[in-house]
Design a protein around this ligand. Sequence first.
Ligand code: S3P
Length: 439
Amino acid sequence: MKHIFYNKTKLVSFKKKIIVSGDKSISIRWVLFSSLAKGISTAKNLLLSEDVLAAISSIKKLGLKVKVSKKKCLIYGKGIDGFTYKKNITIDAKNSGTLSRLILGLLVNSPYKIKLVGDQSLSKRDFNRVAIPLSKFGAKIKLNKKKGLPLTIQGTNNLQAINYFENKGSAQCKSAIIFAGLRTNGTTLINAKKSRNHTELLCKYLKLPLRISNKKNIDLIKINKANYIKPLNYKIPSDISSSAFFMVLTALSNNSQLLIRNVNINPSRTGVITILKKMGIKINFKNVKNYKGELISDIFIRSPKKIKSINCPKKLNSKAIDEFLVIFLVAAKASGISSFKGLSELNQKESPRLFWGAKILNLMGIKTETTEDSIRIFGNPNLEIKKKIIIKNYLKDHRVFMTSVIASLSFGGNWEIHDKDSINTSFPKFLEIINDFKK
Ligand code: S3P
């Protein structure tokens, strides 16, 4: 039974300062950029979760030496064309959508066929979204029958620059094309619906040939071939997506306050803060700094007297895409009906999250109305759970697990939450920090 988390404890008020783990998106990008650099790249506070460890194993398969320790991680880069390809290699991206999509952009010139596999959840996800544009560069990509994994990719040394319209607001698709563009003669042109921009900021910091002009909701990105990438020494800031669970815990408590230190507050990621503020939660940034193009800050949050319902503007969707499950818990305690629309991408994640969001709320006794891309949540400010709730068979989606834990601590009830190991995907220290709140 060691994979099940049981909880019957509702938290009382708290005043705390915490540090959450390193940012997953930036950690994976650090590994991939460093694999192309010439020389030794060093990272401190790299997130050592399964997704990032899978990125490290993948570049090792491509011939790179890596040293990992808790204090720092070193990648011995051999330059942009420094991968040593062996025949018949398989790269295992485990649960990571980000790794699996981005690395395909790096493999568009592989001389041999490479197989890409992943776990049960990743294998179900849509890879056509990257296979179609990457094929236009000239790579040959074969997907399994259901458009997912396993897939094979065989590159070409005759890559053609492409024009690509990214219309889902997917940073993974955009970043895969940026990586392919960095390998390709000519100018690759991307019209991208706005999404997280860590890849672009790292390109800028590394002085790579990428230019961006912004239109209202679209970024126009031009990329040229890069011949040299300098080593990337980086101190990874904390992850706002991991912080979000504790922001919500505070929002759902009484008389509580929390300071979360040194969090990446890139404006393309702060949708959760905008949404919580609109719902009446008081949040401030303290000690805002710019680090290599990324904004970093301490986040101070206080529990509100009353939570307001929200009609969530669609323009916040991509900025909060990983946080909606836990945001739905706040809507469960709001006075009134909250509405979230245009969220079809939520069902493309590690599990169909619109479905799981509604399912958790319904088990908690909250009424919801869902369509394929929207949810209405009928809040109950006096919600108090008394019954037993079992959460299982959710494709080990780390965010379903962590959301359920936050719900149990906030609303009471007798929770049995399976697959506790799922946290290792993004936030192995999650339960350790939670236990500290119970003291
Ligand atoms: C990520 C992009 C988002 C997000 C994922 C991480 C990234 O996915 O959900 O957790 O690091 O680029 P999409 O690009 O599919 O929206």
